[in-house]
Ligand binder design. Structure first.
Ligand code: SDX
Length: 427
């Protein structure tokens, strides 16, 4: 691998250092580019631009590889629990049994959300989208936890991690309770983290909620699969907001808003709406594949394609297998799953998708499991946010501890040259 890159520009030659990562990815360090050449690079959507060095997640889009802190996603999904993986993603190592118990107990110290937060959620209409409510409530947490985290202080940073993990789960489930007109539940410190998600979501004052271990296991796996994904849109948002030294809650609130978009985390809701539309329209998968291929038709095959994966998204493979298992175990026979499989099978042999390397991504099958678990479609992206929370925290923490500079991209101006002010009577 060459140690430098040579740029010939405007009759001059410039040499830039090449940085090589631990998995042999190469980057040309253009830190001095503008100072030396007067020129910048232009890369809409940052398809070719790295924003940082990171030790958290490695993914190889061509090979369909995903690892958190060096551990394969397949191993973690199969052998670990969500809090265990959250600890790994945030602190860099798999926890010992003692560390994991301590982490879960330390999260429990912060699971009571200030009662006045209920006044805020009361201000929303029941019809408000849960992601909009979640972003607002997350930002509102700052009002009740105003202390600025000293990221250099390990104890303060650890407490902020536990507080965020504890409170975010509660307010995320409140968005569902608000939508349903149910009373808001409290975290039960005698229960586990994922078990509490079900308790917070579905426990009603009229009777006890019986937790199904199959559901807990499926959710554990789903949350693990969503825990981090290097510099995706919402994580980059969390990093850039945090780079101004805005607080962790404010940064995560921005990440929730970015995740909401149907091209990103909102795709899991869009996939179910697409599958339901196909089912309503007679289940004709071929008709919708044709629409997805038609340049004049804005319809896209939601849950397909990925900015980085040009092979199968390894998470999609695991989720597809889990969907079969969960629906079989719960005795759910959902025709939507058959439509999804038909779409996938046809797309995988269709030249339009094959030539563009469009494969099912993490969002294609996840909604089918959520639906089988009784979670409404509007809550699917909130589920994604709950899973992605440890990744957002880890990436924010890494960015701040590494003292990354404030994010401020350049641009190429293409507007008017200087012109004289035009008085009103001449416009
Ligand atoms: C997530 O980045 C991450 O890591 C994200 C994520 C994470 O964990 O954080 O993995 C989670 O966001 C997964 C992606 C969920 N989104 C969707 O499922 C929405 C549908 N997918 C597409 O909108 C699209 O594939 C994107 C947004 C995911 C990626 O878009 P790119 O990389 O900008 O690719 P593109 O839009 O330039 O498309 C390249 C070509 C185009 O055709 P041509 O102009 O070359 O003829 O592929 C076509 C596109 O029209 N195309 C699709 C398509 N996706 C791309 N055509 C039909 N259906 C699709 N789904």
């Amino acid at each position: 691998m060459s140690k430098t890159a040579i740029l010939e520009f405007d009759g001059n030659k410039y040499e830039f250092p090449v940085i090589v990562g631990s998995e042999n990815e190469a980057a040309i360090d253009i830190d001095k580019l503008r100072a030396l050449t007067g020129a910048i690079t232009l890369d809409p959507g940052y398809k070719n631009s790295g924003s940082c060095k990171s030790e958290i997640t490695f993914l190889d889009g061509e090979e369909g590889i995903l690892r958190y802190r060096g551990y394969a996603i397949e191993d973690l999904a199969e052998k670990a629990g969500f809090l265990e993986v959250s600890y790994l993603v945030i602190f860099g190592e798999l926890p010992t049994q003692e560390q994991l118990v301590q982490f879960e107990n330390d999260i429990r110290k912060y699971t009571l959300v200030n009662e006045e937060m209920k006044n805020i959620i009361d201000g929303f209409p029941k019809t408000a989208h849960p992601m909009g409510v979640l972003s607002s409530l997350t930002s509102a947490l700052t009002a009740f936890n105003p202390k600025v985290v000293n990221v250099e202080n390990e104890k303060e940073m650890y407490e902020a991690v536990c507080k965020t993990m504890g409170k975010f789960l509660v307010i995320a489930t409140w968005t569902y309770r608000k939508m349903m007109g149910f009373p808001l539940n409290y975290y039960d410190n005698t229960k586990g983290y994922v078990e509490n998600f079900l308790h917070l979501m579905f426990e009603l004052p009229t009777g006890p909620y019986k937790v199904n271990p199959v559901v807990v296991d499926a959710l554990d796996k789903l949350f693990i699969l969503h825990a981090d994904h290097e510099q995706n849109c919402s994580t980059s948002t969390v990093r850039i907001v945090g780079s101004s030294h805005a607080g962790l809650f404010a940064s995560i609130s921005a990440g929730v808003s970015a995740l909401w978009g149907p091209l990103h985390g909102g795709a899991n809701q869009a996939v179910l709406e697409m599958l339901e539309a196909i089912q309503k329209d007679g289940g004709d998968a071929e008709k919708y594949l044709a629409k997805a291929k038609d340049k004049d038709d804005p319809f896209r095959l939601m849950g397909f394609g990925h900015r980085v994966y040009k092979n199968f998204d390894p998470r999609a493979k695991i989720i597809k297998k889990a969907a079969d298992e969960v629906l079989n175990t719960l005795g759910v026979d959902d025709p939507i799953l058959d439509i999804a499989k038909k779409l996938e099978a046809s797309a995988l042999v269709d030249d339009y998708f094959v030539s563009r390397k469009l494969y099912p991504n993490v969002d294609f099958y996840s909604g089918i499991i959520y639906r089988a678990l009784g979670i409404p479609t509007e809550m699917f992206t909130v589920m994604f946010a709950i899973g992605r929370l440890p990744g957002w925290i880890a990436q924010w923490k890494e960015m701040r501890i590494n003292k990354e500079p404030i994010g401020r991209p350049r641009q190429i101006y293409t507007g008017y040259p200087l012109r004289d002010f035009k008085p009103m009577n001449q416009r």
